[in-house]
Design a binder for this molecule. Structure first.
Ligand code: NAI
Length: 458
């Protein structure tokens, strides 16, 4: 499962050979460790206006060295370009060119983060052009960065300010190693109802204190398909962040499931999620042991690949049953139950195949695109309340599922992203833990790709 080329090309002689031959040179990514500093080097905040000034002040409060302009030769951990006041395309030039200077000085694993307003929130053509323009510019920067650096954007919806707790939560996520494999992506944030943001999240937003603590302390999470792969890692990361975790998988995976439950100090529940009483059994288990269900991660998923011309009903039906029909049915039960929290979170696993399509995966892509449809419709129903639902769409992740891909195809698939490598289960898990936290209370109905800016459907 290990990417041996990635390891090889990060040693001196092979690195020189790869450079000389023009071969891909993926970098070892800067991933989260509990003791990590958000920024070791200074962070430049480019852009003018009250939104940029306020954001720079917050970063100072987080003990980050902040620069409002690039200083010649000074290495930077990150560059935040604040364009929330852009009213016409002409307003982009100065801050983007400043960003260009900053990009030259980024350390390996550095971050570029754009902060902008949504084109959907204006009817002024010039303003919409400016806002949409930022989208294109940031995605292009993400393609240009090297050394494991990433570029992403935070889109402020409505009157959300640059220092809204959810905007700051997204900023912290993008600055940290938790977003290592999220690249070329945008998160839309709205002001969340006050009751769905805990004191911890509010104080973290204001002072940066409390971040290392456990943002999911006291929460109960259910993770389906948790006996192995991405699901097992999600369970681990949610537990690390303080959640009590119920891990769910089919009875055939019972032994592995018990091991995961032991490792995360949680409980195991052997349930096939396609059965009619799956949600009732999960709710009963949670009610009896923990009282309230706060976080649901619909991770269980299967592939049964065939060209549509050769597809049979069993392949089509089994994929739809596990990957989408079960989620729809379980959500209906969860939402009708008093056990599901008023500030509950649902996070579903989609896939880049569900966004771009993939040869031989019409059934899988239908199910994963279905997840996206479900999430958007449910999010509209949640809007303005305390609950949220979002999807995470992984690209190529190193798991048993992708281990089944023929070796040569697998090598090519790994390099087809801006980061030139597959992601790890932990990359998906960190994104899900972020979406489950109070800091993400204003993020609803989003589909966040964890794909290293995979070129497919980007
Ligand atoms: P995996 O095959 O390693 O693990 C899936 C788990 O789901 C297994 O433990 C399996 O027993 C369980 N499961 C299957 N059917 C079930 C059912 N009816 N009831 C309960 N549990 C069931 O898969 P992996 O790679 O960890 O993927 C996890 C999720 O991420 C899936 O939804 C997958 O579609 C999605 N994904 C994975 C990508 C990758 O590159 N590995 C890329 C895009 C999406």
């Amino acid at each position: 499962m290990a990417d041996s080329y990635l390891n090889l090309v990060n040693t001196p002689l092979p690195a020189r050979i790869a450079k000389a031959l023009g071969l891909p040179r993926p970098s070892v990514l800067r991933r989260y460790t509990p003791s990590e500093a958000l920024a070791v080097n200074p962070v430049v905040v480019a852009g003018s206006g009250p939104g940029a000034d306020a954001l720079a002040d917050v970063l100072l409060g987080w003990d980050v060295e902040v620069r409002r302009h690039v200083l010649p030769g000074e290495k930077l951990s990150a560059a935040v370009v604040v364009l929330d006041a852009a009213a016409s395309p002409a307003d982009l030039a100065a801050p983007m060119l400043e960003l260009g200077q900053a990009v030259r000085l980024l350390v390996p694993g550095g971050r570029v983060i754009g902060v902008l307003r949504s084109p959907a929130d204006t009817t002024d053509p010039a303003e919409a052009a400016a806002r949409q323009g930022v989208d294109g510019a940031i995605r292009s920067v993400a393609h240009e960065l090297r050394g494991g650096a990433t570029a992403n954007g935070i889109i402020l919806r409505g009157s959300t300010t640059t220092t809204d707790p959810t905007a700051l939560g997204a900023l912290r996520f993008f600055l940290s190693g938790k977003s290592a494999y999220v690249d070329g992506q945008f998160i839309e944030v709205s002001s969340a109802p006050v009751e769905s943001i805990s004191e911890l999240a509010a104080s973290t937003a204001a002072t940066g204190e409390g971040v290392a603590d456990q943002p999911l302390a006291g929460r109960t999470a259910v993770v389906t398909g948790a006996a192995r792969g991405i699901g097992a890692k999600i369970a681990e990361v949610l537990a690390r962040d303080g959640a009590r975790v119920v891990v769910v998988d089919v009875p055939a995976a019972g032994e592995q499931l018990a091991q995961v439950a032991n490792r995360v100090g949680g409980t195991a529940l052997q349930v096939d999620i396609t059965t009619a009483d799956a949600a009732t059994r999960i709710l009963d288990h949670v009610r009896q042991r923990y009282g309230t269900l706060d976080i649901v991660v619909h991770n269980a998923g299967i592939t049964r690949d065939k060209l549509l011309a050769n597809m049979d009903a069993s392949r089509w039906d089994s994929v739809m049953a596990v990957n989408i029909a079960s989620q729809l049915r379980m959500n209906e039960h969860f939402l009708a139950s008093p056990v599901f929290s008023g500030t509950g979170r649902i996070i579903s696993l989609a896939s880049t195949s569900g966004i771009a399509g993939n040869r031989g995966q019409s059934n899988y892509a239908a199910s994963k695109a279905g997840v996206i449809g479900m999430v958007r419709a449910q999010a509209a129903a949640f809007d303005g309340g305390g609950r949220t639902i979002n999807a995470v769409a992984p690209g190529f992740i190193e798991t048993d599922m992708t281990e089944k891909i023929p070796p040569l195809t697998r090598q090519v698939a790994r390099r087809l992203s801006s980061l030139q490598q597959g992601g790890l289960p932990v990359d998906v898990a960190e994104t899900i833990a972020f979406l489950a936290s109070d800091s993400a209370a204003g993020i609803n109905g989003q589909v966040l790709r964890v794909c290293g800016q995979n070129l497919v459907g980007a």
